[in-house]
Design a binder for this molecule. Structure first.
Ligand SMILES: *Cc1c(COP(=O)(O)O)cnc(C)c1O
Length: 427
């Protein structure tokens, strides 16, 4: 179709659907202008959209069952995003942000600065790491596992066995399935940590080992005992080892607490880490961080072909330039002091909830360094009202639920929740 025919067709469609412009008027407009006019003429059902938004905003005050910070303030960012005109162009962070190609309009410069800001908090030294702003925690785990497989293949020419606890996030199991890897699910202790003696029995010295350490399991907020796991690894000596941290939620706040060494690779010796952006930090949509060592990054081809440096290392092609900009804005605006304050807040409210439940003799548990209180599952109306996630564990008496304390939950929220629980017990 040539341009003239296209304009005619677009004009005809606009006339047919809106009746707002005559064909002669439309033909005089530039093609782009014409399409914009067409979009403006479309009728958005605002009553429906506003009802939807109102409901979501209201509900956000009652969600305590999922690890998402609902104290989000992106107004200033979006104001700039709209006023600067960026909202009307396409940007794309495709490729390696550390080797910009300039092929597309992107925010690689800001993406690098986000990684440069967080890398030292996880014990990565300047010049010794590589990382990206990811789509999500799962995206980070995907890069972590894939990079691990390639790294171990480069060392051993063999595929690794994946070791992960039964209570680790399902994305690890899903990704092992996608990558067709042998997976050894290690049983857990009742509080959710990997059972290290079961790990010792499962660890195969004749194969490379890809070990996934849960830094905060999804339901119980359990942190695997990496030092003990490392002792077993040193004893059994698999032919090669790669260790990744799934720190989707806890990786956001631990660096800003006295427990910071838990996620410091100089102390803990892990090879990569994945963190969600929309959990602790708080964004209006999913985001994440992935950081690994240059040693891993430089061994991504099993046969060490030099041209690899020029290849695109990421699995996903297009990546969000908006996400990297938003993350950068967030860390400049908040910074370490504010992150520390928020980390202290969630841990202290978790202690408070545990105390209130203990006072009632209500069966409840809280792991060390955790913001996740889990307890006997209450009635359905409470589960619904507070958006609680269910779980089942025979070892802890059966049906469970949890409250993942995020920044929008305060002691006042806890008091309201406890009041509901007391009402429920009286029934
Ligand atoms: C939430 C979570 C994930 C998945 O992260 P997404 O950002 O939702 O993809 C992975 N692992 C753990 C431990 C989590 O808590």
């Amino acid at each position: 179709m040539n341009r003239r025919d296209f304009m005619k067709l677009a004009g005809a469609i606009t006339v047919a659907t809106t009746g707002g412009y005559t064909l002669t008027e439309l033909m005089k407009m530039e093609p782009l202008e014409l399409l914009v006019k067409e979009a403006e003429a479309a009728t958005i059902p605002m009553a429906r959209m506003n009802a939807f938004a109102k409901e979501c905003v209201k509900r956000s005050r009652y969600v305590i069952g999922y690890p998402n910070n609902q104290n989000i303030n992106t107004k200033d960012f979006y104001k700039w995003y709209v006023e600067s005109g960026l909202c009307n162009i396409h940007m794309n962070n495709v490729g390696n942000p550390w080797k910009p190609s300039g092929a597309l309009i992107n925010s690689h410069e800001f993406e690098r600065e986000v990684i440069e800001y967080f890398a030292p908090f996880f014990g990565f030294k300047k010049g010794e790491y590589w990382g990206i702003v990811t789509h999500s925690g799962t995206d980070g785990n995907m890069h972590g596992m894939y990079f691990g497989v390639k790294y171990l293949q480069a060392k051993t020419k063999q595929l690794p066995i994946v070791y992960v606890s039964e209570e680790a996030h399902y994305s690890i199991k899903r990704l092992a399935d996608v990558m067709n890897l042998e997976l050894k699910l290690i049983p857990t202790l009742p509080m959710g940590q990997m059972d290290v003696s079961a790990f010792e029995k499962a660890l195969d010295p004749t194969k490379p080992a890809l070990i996934v350490i849960a830094i905060g399991t999804t339901f119980k907020g359990a942190i695997d005992d990496h030092p003990k796991i490392a002792e077993i690894v040193n004893k059994v000596k698999p032919m090669a080892v790669y260790t990744m941290y799934d720190a989707a939620l806890f990786g956001g706040f631990l660096p800003f607490t006295k427990y910071r060494d838990i996620v410091n690779r100089e102390k803990m010796n892990f090879d990569s880490i994945a963190v969600s952006g929309h959990k602790f930090f708080g964004f209006d949509e999913p985001l994440g961080l992935f950081i690994t060592t240059m040693e891993v990054f430089n061994n991504q081809n099993p046969f060490k072909v030099n041209y690899l440096n020029d290849a695109v290392p990421t699995i996903t092609c297009s990546r969000s330039a908006l996400g990297a900009l938003k993350f950068w804005w967030h860390l400049v605006k908040n910074g370490e002091k504010e992150y520390k304050r928020q980390a202290e807040h969630i841990l202290s409210v978790a202690q408070y909830l545990k105390k209130r439940l203990d006072e009632m003799n209500y069966p409840a548990w809280l792991n060390p360094m955790s913001n996740t209180v889990f307890f006997k599952r209450p009635s359905d109306w409470i589960m619904k009202k507070w958006d609680l996630a269910p779980e089942y564990d025979e070892r802890l008496g059966g049906p469970l639920a949890h409250d993942v304390i995020m920044q929008h939950e305060t002691e006042k929220t806890v008091d309201k929740f406890i009041a509901d629980l007391k009402k429920d017990l009286k029934k």
